[in-house]
Design a protein around this ligand. Structure first.
Ligand SMILES: Nc1ncnc2c1ncn2[C@@H]1O[C@H](COP(=O)(O)OP(=O)(O)OP(=O)(O)O)[C@@H](O)[C@H]1O
Ligand SMILES: [Mg+2]
Length: 559
């Protein structure tokens, strides 16, 4: 009977990822790309599935062998009983858990038993992933290529939105109702919110500022619980990033800069995930740095570089058995901003009656920028002028500029991508239903047709300043060259960009390189019947970063 004793002692361990099924790639799948998201424990493999003519996203994590699983289970039990919450709330949770687990494993080394360094690092990976991270979804959250992660129910694959491949299914699916619901409850708790059958819908911000939307069981979603995590970029896209990504041209950016300096009001339109908030955030770096900026949002996403910045975030009240108790919505906050005497009021997204207050604010001389979920300016204006926004038609031209951003298919690959976000149109709003199109994106050449000579707002600025319109246009051209140069040498960090723009404002020139930006030589080249504008560095220019000669080289291609 000795063998039975051994078996009892060596109990079959629990699997690390219960309630999750992981599909393996089939033999005929072709590997497209692979990269680590946590070296050496988790890598991503993107496969082409010839049967479905589609791409698949596979997470390949180090597998725990039986001995490692035993250590993993013992440690998980110890940690769940003994781990104390950190006293310092600013501590990095992953680093804290790693340190504490190491201490606990030392304390309980006798009962845990011996384990090699390599095996130990695998076990530690799983414990940190499950306690401080997002469990089996952790590799997707670590993958910088992923914009959002969603799951529509049990036994269906979790989907990701990949920067290069758009929406693709992963090899993971939840298979157990209880574990899936527990996972969603845990997500809600991470966002400091609550989800249950009584409160089955949730909109929350996760600690890393990712946005979480979820539904619980079959209360409101017939396929059962669902969730969608929209990932937050720690390092937000700056105006220079947007130029380099081709979302707008340097000329458009220079035009926006001029308008924002004169407190013009902007409305950014687009569909879900079109890049409205990113554009809004990038535009804020063009607002004069001494302006007082107030941002009003439902979930904090914006991060203007201004010192004089008041961030306001709405809140949903939560009183058991009651709805709406102690709620503070965007409308309350926009009303409040007026008492703060801001230069610019920035509303993350207008949806309801807060739009009315925003228009009142801009009618009384404050600057206003907002985004709106809409696919055309006509629809947006219709919504503005009907319930619940109810804005009078005569107020509509107070919103001076509108732009429409969308995700588009590109005519040819750009840095390996077939998809991109483009500012499809920019209009100046002259009057109700009277718009002047300043820019239109050309989908066959991926270039922007910008005509600033049509601008009524620039004309207005020139009259206000008592200078000729040509002088304003010349100044915009100078700024276009500055932005072009910044993009070509990739000065992209939002703060750095602001410093460079300010240097330019003070001196009228920038000290970017020996070949000052205003010396970039512009010309047009024709390749395969298509015309491109290019800017070359002047003779003898030196790259300030590398010290190498760059005279004559192309600094930038543009539309
Ligand atoms: N110009 C761009 N080029 C490439 N990626 C971008 C661009 N703009 C935004 N993104 C990425 O697209 C995702 C969605 O962006 P963003 O939140 O700005 O869109 P949105 O239109 O505000 O979405 P929502 O409808 O949820 O408000 C983010 O992951 C962001 O990093
Ligand atoms: Mg947004």
């Amino acid at each position: 009977m000795g063998w039975l004793k051994g078996l009892r002692k060596r109990k079959i361990p629990e699997r690390a990822d219960l309630g999750i099924s992981r599909q393996e790639p089939k033999d005929n799948f072709r590997l497209v790309e692979k990269y680590y998201v946590s070296n050496p424990h988790a890598q991503i493999l993107v496969y082409q599935d010839p049967d479905q003519a589609s791409l698949r996203y596979f997470i390949d994590e180090a597998v725990l062998d039986e001995d490692e699983l035993i250590v993993h289970d013992k440690l998980t039990k110890i940690v769940s009983k003994e781990l104390e919450p950190p006293t310092d709330l600013d501590v990095d949770p992953a680093a804290y858990v790693r340190e504490q687990v190491q201490l606990l494993s030392h304390k309980y080394r006798r009962s845990i038993g011996k384990i090699s360094d390599e095996n130990w690092s695998k076990v530690l990976y799983y414990i940190v992933r499950d306690i401080a991270g997002y469990g089996p979804l952790d590799p997707m959250l670590r993958d910088p290529n992923i914009e959002d992660i969603s799951c529509n129910g049990l036994l269906t694959p979790v989907f990701v939105w990949h920067r290069k491949y758009e929406s693709i299914p992963t090899n993971l699916s939840f298979t157990d109702d209880r574990i899936y619901n527990d996972f969603i409850i845990k997500l809600a708790h991470k966002g400091e919110k609550h989800i249950s059958s009584a409160h089955p819908i949730l909109d929350a911000a996760l600690p890393e500022k990712h946005r979480l939307a979820a539904t619980f069981q079959k209360e409101v979603s017939t396929h059962g619980s669902s969730f969608c995590i929209r990932k937050f970029r720690e390092d937000p896209l700056s105006i220079i990033d947007l130029i380099n990504l081709g979302t707008l041209s340097p000329k458009l950016a220079a035009y926006f800069w001029m308008l924002l300096e004169h407190r013009m009001n902007f409305l950014i339109l687009g569909g879900t995930g079109a890049g409205k908030t990113s554009m809004l955030n990038a535009l804020l770096s063009l607002v004069p740095p001494n302006d007082k900026v107030i941002t009003v949002e439902e979930v904090a996403e914006l991060n203007p570089p201004h010192q004089n910045w008041v961030p306001l975030v709405s809140r949903k009240g939560f009183i058991f058995g009651q709805t709406g108790g102690a709620s503070i919505d965007l409308f309350d906050l926009v009303k409040l901003t007026l008492r703060y005497r801001p230069d610019y009021i920035v509303v993350g997204e207008v949806r309801g009656e807060e739009a009315f207050t925003l228009f009142q604010a801009i009618a009384t001389g404050h600057g206003g920028i907002c985004t709106m979920h809409s696919d055309s300016l006509d629809h947006a204006v219709k919504r503005f002028t009907s319930e619940p926004m109810n804005i009078a038609k005569i107020y509509i031209p107070m919103m001076n500029i509108s732009m429409h951003i969308s995700r588009v298919e590109l005519p040819y690959e750009r840095e390996g991508l077939r998809f991109g976000r483009r500012t499809r149109n920019v209009w100046e709003i002259e009057d109700f239903e009277k718009y002047v199109e300043i820019s239109r994106w050309n989908p066959t050449t991926d270039t922007f047709n910008v005509d600033l000579t049509k601008s009524i707002k620039l004309k207005h600025i020139s009259e206000l300043k008592g200078v000729r319109l040509e002088a304003i246009l010349e100044e915009i051209e100078k700024r276009e060259k500055l932005l072009t140069e910044l993009a070509s040498i990739n000065v992209r960090d939002q703060k750095e960009v602001v410093i460079k723009l300010q240097e330019y404002k003070k001196t009228g020139r920038s000290d970017l390189s020996e070949g000052a930006i205003n010396n970039l030589k512009e010309s047009t080249v024709t390749i395969k019947g298509r015309s491109y504008r290019i800017w070359r560095h002047p003779k003898g220019a030196i790259d300030p970063e590398t010290g190498k000669k760059i005279g004559g080289r192309i600094a930038r291609r543009g539309g």
